[in-house]
Design a protein around this ligand. Structure first.
Ligand code: GAL
Length: 383
């Protein structure tokens, strides 16, 4: 698979001689942040509810915290007309350009979902055979972000054509002249982290779909350990969207997803209903000291430096020289976690700050020990 991918990469570079092989370096210098309709609303979306979510993004303080993209996931699609122009489902989205203009008027950006296959995962029309025209339509509406989801593409492409299918849409988006962030969604197959950037992606899903439970978020996040060398400014591993504020996890678990995503320098896409925001979820999603770890300009993805039974310690180097240190307790009861500095690459004497509590702790000599709640985490900044 690896060899045929490489051969295909080389031949398709010849087929598309004008193609720019890397993604737009201006886009996604830090992990993209926004909101996506899928986790909470599935296909039940419309112009009015997307406007309400965009309004809530501003009013809740999410925009001020750095969230920017409002992504309309699957469920907006109508049909391609006889001239090949893509139209939304007019009952749900009567005026897509008007909706994009409205979202832009709030100082936000707009994303949309489609597939390189003939249909989306829900069986609605998608972009196969219409890539160029769809890219132009998206640009005309004012779209700033395209999530390109493999879905039915296996019905029309061989697996060794996957990279070319992604490169095609990326080139068509670039040819519109509008900066459009390109988000690959093919569930991490074929080691996408090794080629996602070369086909024009700024982010790529590393896994299948996340769901609203602790095991799912932990699996999606921890699976990225070892992929850190593939992430950096302009190109990010994406363990999928946040489930914070949806119904099935507790606050410690929400904090764990945020700690893990921030130490991973993962894209942060809220997936809850922003119009019915739980105040505790809001505080977790907008904690500025925690978001600063995710958005650190150096763009280093953290990694696991210590695992002992059901506990893990992760570190992430920061631009200004310190480290973020995250402690995770995967157990179903509280655990005491000790970090011995020399074992995890820290100096003997450190100052630490608890970023969830906004509280300076320490100084510490040689080690620190904390009790971490079940399924909980701590996120520290250590200098
Ligand atoms: C899945 C994708 C989800 C969502 C959904 C829409 O393939 O992983 O994030 O976009 O399709 O149908």
């Amino acid at each position: 698979m690896k060899t045929s991918g490489l051969v295909f990469f080389l031949t398709s570079a010849i087929v598309f001689p004008g193609a720019c092989l890397a993604g737009d370096p201006e886009l996604a210098q830090t992990p993209p942040m926004g909101w996506n309709s899928w986790n909470c609303f599935r296909l039940d979306i419309s112009d009015s509810m997307i406007r309400a979510e965009a309004d809530a993004m501003v009013k809740s303080g999410m925009k001020n915290a750095g969230y920017q993209y409002i992504v309309i996931d699957g469920g907006w699609e109508g049909y391609h007309d006889k001239n090949g122009v893509f139209h939304p489902d007019s009952k749900k989205f009567p005026d897509m350009k008007g909706l994009c203009d409205y979202i832009h008027s709030l100082g936000l950006k707009v994303g949309i979902h489609t597939s390189p296959g003939p249909t989306t995962c829900a069986g609605h029309e998608a972009s196969y055979g219409h890539e160029k025209q769809d890219a132009q339509t998206f640009a005309r509406w004012g779209i700033d972000f395209v999530k390109y989801d493999w879905c039915s593409a296996d019905n029309v492409y061989q697996s060794d054509q996957m990279q070319a299918a992604y490169r095609k849409m990326s080139d068509d988006l670039k040819a519109t002249g509008r900066p459009i962030l390109f988000s690959l969604c093919q569930y991490g197959v074929q080691d996408v982290w090794k080629w996602g950037q070369s086909v024009g992606g700024q982010m790529w899903r590393t896994t299948g779909d996340i769901s609203d439970n602790y095991n799912s978020i932990i699996l999606h996040g921890l699976e990225e350990n070892g992929l850190e060398r593939y992430a950096g400014p302009g190109h990010w591993n994406d363990p999928d969207m946040l489930e914070i504020g949806n119904g099935k996890m507790d606050q410690d678990e929400w904090r764990t997803q945020m700690s893990l995503w921030c130490v991973l320098a993962a894209p942060l896409f809220a997936g809850n209903d922003l119009t019915q925001m739980n105040p505790k979820a809001l505080a977790i999603l907008t904690n500025p000291e925690v978001i600063a770890i995710d958005q650190d300009p150096e763009g280093i993805q953290g990694h696991c430096v210590r695992q002992e039974g059901p506990t893990q310690i992760w570190t992430k180097s920061l631009a200004e020289g310190g480290q973020a240190v995250a402690l995770f307790n995967l157990n179903a009861h509280p655990m005491t976690i000790t970090a011995v500095f020399k074992d995890i690459g820290l100096p003997e004497h450190v100052m630490a700050r608890d970023l969830w509590l906004h509280k300076d702790l320490g100084p510490f000599n040689g080690r620190f020990t904390f009790v971490v709640p079940r399924h909980g985490s701590m996120l520290l900044k250590v200098n």
